[in-house]
Write a protein that binds this ligand. Structure first.
Ligand code: ZN
Length: 271
């Protein structure tokens, strides 16, 4: 069996209810516990649920909760058999399986991590305690967005700010603002109620569509959805500089906003 990239639904489907037989990390700096502790705390536990908080994958092992941040180039791979962690496969978990072993590798955790917390203590994780609401949660209301937008920063910078909304990456923000017909450089405090409503609706619509098309990696709204990216083909402005706008035919422009490559239609998006 070759190595296969898996996404959250697959991990849940493959490993939910299964016991961890082996677990190890390559280097001490990719986890918050001693490397020996990493295996000791996971082996014998059963994966009860998988979820996501912003860009962080949450693996619920009952009394122990794993928080995984893959950052940009990280992936979850299914390996043919157990392999000691190395530079590439930074953390490796083997689950009990029927017949074939289920070995998952969390790759390239150099900038990311696979941290372990006792149940309940994960809320103290700095990235989680500072996170804004998930865009698909009840807390993400038009009213909330309007209050978060009462600032002079650009609307793009605020949408990328994880403490305002959890989990939106650069690609999604460009697509959301195109759909809402709002230019990314607009100061958030100058947006009308209608524009805020449009941004709110576009955020939910685009994320739901991306999830339906499984156009995202394991950590869901992550920008790096190369392999499974059916959603990528639906992108209207991102990475389409020089092409005609799908709405009006004007050439899509690329610029830099909030330090990120930004794609806009200068005719459709009000600046
Ligand atoms: Zn246009």
């Amino acid at each position: 069996m070759p190595e296969v990239t898996v996404i959250s639904e697959d991990v849940a489907e493959l490993a939910l209810g299964s016991e961890v037989l082996r677990a190890a990390v390559f280097r001490p700096d990719v986890t918050n516990v001693e490397p020996k502790e990493f295996g000791r705390r996971l082996v014998g536990r059963t994966l009860r649920a998988t979820g996501r908080r912003g860009k962080i994958i949450v693996l619920d092992f009952g009394e122990v909760v794993g928080l995984v941040h893959l950052v940009i180039s990280g992936r979850v791979l299914r390996l043919p058999e157990w392999r000691e962690p190395d530079r590439m496969n930074t953390a490796v978990l083997e689950f009990e399986g029927e017949g074939e072993p289920l070995v998952l590798a969390f790759t390239r955790l150099w900038l990311g991590y696979f941290d372990l917390y006792n149940l309940g203590e994960e809320e103290r994780h700095p990235l989680i305690s500072r996170l804004g609401p998930d865009p698909l949660s009840e807390d993400f209301t038009v009213q909330y967005l309007a209050s978060a937008f009462g600032r002079k920063a650009s609307v793009k910078a605020l949408l990328l700010d994880q403490s305002v909304v959890a989990g939106l990456g650069n690609i999604y923000v460009d697509e959301i603002l195109f759909s809402a017909r709002v230019h990314p450089t607009r100061k958030a405090s100058t947006l009308s109620r209608d524009e805020i409503q449009n941004i709110h609706a576009a955020t939910r619509d685009i994320l739901r569509r991306a999830i339906e098309l499984r156009g995202t990696t394991f950590d869901s709204y992550h920008d790096a959805f190369g392999e499974t990216g059916k959603f990528q083909r639906q992108l209207k402005v991102f990475a389409r500089a020089g092409e005609p706008c799908p709405e009006c035919g004007t050439e899509i422009m690329k610029s830099r906003v909030a330090g990120r490559g930004t794609h806009t239609c200068p005719a459709c998006q009000v600046s």
